[in-house]
Design a protein around this ligand. Structure first.
Ligand code: GTP
Ligand code: MG
Length: 196
């Protein structure tokens, strides 16, 4: 699919503030702070400044809703696990993410993992929680441009000590080269078609 139109709708904290429900599935992006959630949204929409990104972790602090092709929503969430955030704020962000995930919006959750890191406790917790709640989720490995092929091979082996997956079931993406973008868009399209 092609994304021809992408508009910021609103920022929200509580479910009552989310934009009105559509009949279509929405697609949310979760993951550690700085993993590249907002950059991925910009890559998918071919809009370099739609979602705000930053070198400093903790850029996205609210739930940001984007309306795509006048048809469905993409949801940018705050990141988890950013150590330098005061405890109280961390708790708030955690609750924002949790509330979104347990909300009764029909959704697919993309869990982003930095290809250069072995998933940590929080990543594993998130995946377990999605699994436990029988939510429809997919893993996307981000920042693929940062590793050589050899390094990728080695890194996947290291990641597999923490996480079991088949390469066919996950996505590999780079927001710098946009590699992997089409596969994700094709998947989104197939999920949208599913319900109609
Ligand atoms: P929070 O909103 O803080 O949770 O972060 P985020 O997950 O939205 O990350 P963001 O998209 O803001 O990106 C964080 C940093 O990583 C920025 O400096 C991006 O330019 C960089 N980055 C994101 N994706 C990629 C990628 O695919 N390749 C490279 N090389 N850098 C990336
Ligand atoms: Mg962000």
């Amino acid at each position: 699919m092609k994304i021809l139109k992408a508009d910021f709708v609103k920022s929200a904290v509580y479910e009552k503030d989310y934009p009105k429900k559509l009949n279509q599935t929405e697609f949310a992006f979760v993951g550690r702070s700085n993993v590249g959630k907002s950059s991925l949204i910009n890559s998918l929409t071919s809009r370099s400044k739609l979602a705000r990104t930053s070198k400093t972790p903790g850029r996205t602090q609210l739930i940001n809703y984007f309306y795509i092709n006048d048809m469905f929503y993409i949801v940018d969430l705050p990141g988890y696990g950013f150590a330098k955030v005061p405890k109280e704020m961390k708790k708030q962000w955690g609750q924002i993410i949790e509330r979104y995930i347990s909300s009764d919006r029909k959704k697919v959750v993309f869990v982003l993992l930095d290809i250069r890191r072995v998933p940590n406790e929080e990543d594993i917790e998130m995946l377990k929680w999605l699994e436990h709640n029988k939510l429809n989720y997919r893993i996307i490995f981000t920042k693929m441009d940062k590793l050589s092929n050899n390094e990728k091979f080695r890194q996947l082996k290291a990641i597999r000590t923490k996480l079991v997956f088949e390469n066919e079931d996950v996505f590999f993406h780079s927001s710098h080269t946009n590699k992997g973008r089409e596969e994700i868009l094709t998947f989104i399209e197939s999920e949208l078609n599913e319900e109609n």
